[in-house]
Design a protein around this ligand. Sequence first.
Ligand code: NAD
Length: 259
Amino acid sequence: MGFLTGKKFLITGLASERSISWGVAQAMQREGAELALTYQTEKLRPRVEKLAEKCGANIVLPCDVSADEEINGLFDKLGNSWTELDGVIHAIAFVNRRALEGDYVENTSRKDFNVAHEISSYSFTALARAGREMMQGRGAMVTMSYLGAERAMPNYNVMGVAKASLEANVRYMANSLGPDGIRVNAVSAGPIRTLAASGITDFKKMIDEVEKNAPMRRNVTIEDVGNTTAFLCSDLAAGITGEVLYVDSGYHILGMNPL
Ligand code: NAD
């Protein structure tokens, strides 16, 4: 029996077998959870349906978080199959590629700033509001952040500002939802090669830097992030909320890189 046996989770953000949320789905399935998956567009649907078969998820639903109707519709449809929900995984971020390079001040338009914040941060609040009733007294929500929320990283630019918003969002949501028995946390993951990451200019340099200098001298995997996320959603983490937990081989503790 796994530590999520008897629990039901909604997982967003699946795009491929490289997606962080695929690492989460696999860990949660292994620990005995029942899963429902979402896909952003019709183009992604067949891929997500295949992943659903692999992880035994028999609910697959559309949800583009840029539309409130889709978010509300998601929970309406989920309510046809499940009366209660033990948690939501938010593994969604987006910004126009042109904003992920060069000088932050020069390259950040009002539109790109707004889109990055709406899709990568606000959507977590919107999912919480729509799912609040189903999660009463039992929910655990987890989102995915990155160190660029706290430090100015090359090329991460406005996505770092959106991740800072997301981490503040975690704290405000935790305080708002705590009295309802719903916990809210973030995992701050080290760089991992995924579709979203391929949009960041010089991403390979970030990977190489972690491998060379992180205390553990290796990059993290979607399995590492999946296991920690499963733990945060379990009763083993019943006393943890409003937290940002680093899964980055210890990279965030470094002051100066070794000379
Ligand atoms: P990914 O490309 O596999 O997943 C990103 C997902 O976001 C996709 O499934 C995409 O469909 C979804 N998405 C984008 N816009 C959406 C919208 N409007 N509505 C619904 N879904 C939408 O990449 P990933 O790296 O697995 O990203 C998952 C999360 O992890 C993101 O928040 C990302 O910022 C975060 N993260 C990634 C890394 C990394 O190095 N890969 C590190 C730290 C944090």
